[in-house]
Design a protein around this ligand. Structure first.
Ligand SMILES: [Zn+2]
Length: 376
């Protein structure tokens, strides 16, 4: 619902704050308030998945991108009720670029005019320069060619080297279109997805991205693995950092406080679970250290090959089930032995594997043999 309103109105900051509070609550504790329970900063959660985050959309920026579509419709001057209204009531025949914000304007219209700056650099040539050269905002390609011929002037070529890559189009019967220039300098049709990509700051690609996020993933397993990789799991070691009086021992072995390295899979209990689960994959080079396992898998080339999928499912499930067992022992006093826990996880993966569509091959036969399943 909020997405609908966010595409119609620029939402006030207070509304954005309330919506994000609800989303945080849903993500971290399935209640309406997440105070003190967040495992990762909201900004980090909102980073794209391939840059380490969860790929959620920060409301304020997302709201702007949705609203930009309204502005783009005006720039395009495409026939629509919205454009007709804007043109008659607001623009009165003038270009959207030429009008100034007025104190009589509604708050929403004023905000919309402010957003013009966001798309300005994604249009090819700055308006001021076009204006100086005598090209007005409404000029069509046809009129442009009548005036300037088939070549860019030398002055423009020197001033804007980018025009050297832009061919003045051949006149045909197609209607003139305004195109969006991407950050990679490619002209495309306007789409909210592309605009979102272009207007966001870009971070560096995380090479573990494919280890956690892939088509066949189990969401709950992937989420816990993501927390592990980002070092956001509330282990005893982590809690004792901000609560020095906190003193507890690993509920699985009872020897030392648990930490990410201990749980995955240095602890004698976890190591046994991992050993049983590892017997179900062909990739036997994986150690008992989660950091090394993730690094090995990040370099594994066959992203869609069945054994790559199975290996990633097994890693994420091992992490998820061990974390669940740890919590059940800690908060509910329930216990399972290593063999039962590993089998529970394996059964779950087996059911998941049966939902995959596969083509018969040597690898598939091998998987059927090891997992004792039969694909249709
Ligand atoms: Zn332990």
């Amino acid at each position: 619902m909020h997405v609908y309103w966010a595409s119609v109105f620029i939402l006030p900051d207070a509304v954005i704050h309330d919506i994000e509070k609800l989303l945080k609550g849903f993500l971290w504790c399935q209640e309406d308030s997440a105070r003190g329970k967040e495992k990762a900063a909201w900004k980090f959660v909102c980073t794209p998945k391939d840059q380490g985050g969860l790929g959620l959309k920060p409301m304020k920026e997302w709201n702007e991108v949705l609203i930009l579509k309204q502005l783009w419709k005006i720039v395009e001057r495409k026939e629509s009720l919205w454009y007709k209204w804007v043109n008659t009531v607001k623009l009165k025949g003038r270009s959207i670029w030429g009008i100034q914000s007025d104190y009589k304007d509604s708050w929403n219209w004023g905000q919309l005019l402010k957003l013009r700056e966001k798309i300005r650099e994604h249009l090819i040539i700055p308006r001021r320069e076009r204006y100086r050269s005598g090209i007005n905002d409404h000029i069509s390609v046809h009129d442009f060619k009548q005036t300037y011929g088939d070549h860019w002037s030398n002055e423009w070529r020197t001033k804007y080297p980018m025009v050297n890559h832009i061919q003045i189009p051949v006149i045909n019967n197609n209607v003139d279109m305004v195109k969006w220039v991407t950050n990679d300098n490619i002209r495309v049709e306007y789409s909210t997805k592309q605009v979102w990509r272009d207007l966001r700051a870009n971070g560096s690609f995380k090479d573990w991205y494919h280890v956690v996020w892939f088509k066949q993933l189990v969401p709950k397993d992937a989420f816990i693995l993501w927390l592990v990789i980002c070092d956001r799991l509330p282990t005893q070691e982590r809690i004792s950092k901000w609560k020095p009086s906190f003193n507890s021992l690993c509920p699985l072995c009872g020897r030392i406080p648990d930490s990410i390295d201990h749980l995955f899979f240095e602890c004698c209990y976890s190591r046994n679970v991992w050993k049983i689960m590892k017997s179900m994959i062909l990739f036997q080079g994986l150690t008992c250290k989660i950091g090394d396992i993730i690094t090995s898998m990040s370099n594994y080339p066959f992203k869609n090959q069945i054994w790559s999928v199975i290996t990633r499912l097994v890693i994420a499930a091992a992490v998820y089930y061990i974390w669940q067992e740890r919590n059940k022992r800690l908060f509910k006093g329930e216990k399972k032995n290593e063999k039962d826990l590993a089998e529970l996880a394996i059964d779950f993966i087996r059911v998941k594997l049966l939902t995959l569509k596969v083509k018969q091959s040597k690898n598939i036969h091998k998987a059927e043999e090891i997992w004792e399943i039969k694909w249709k």
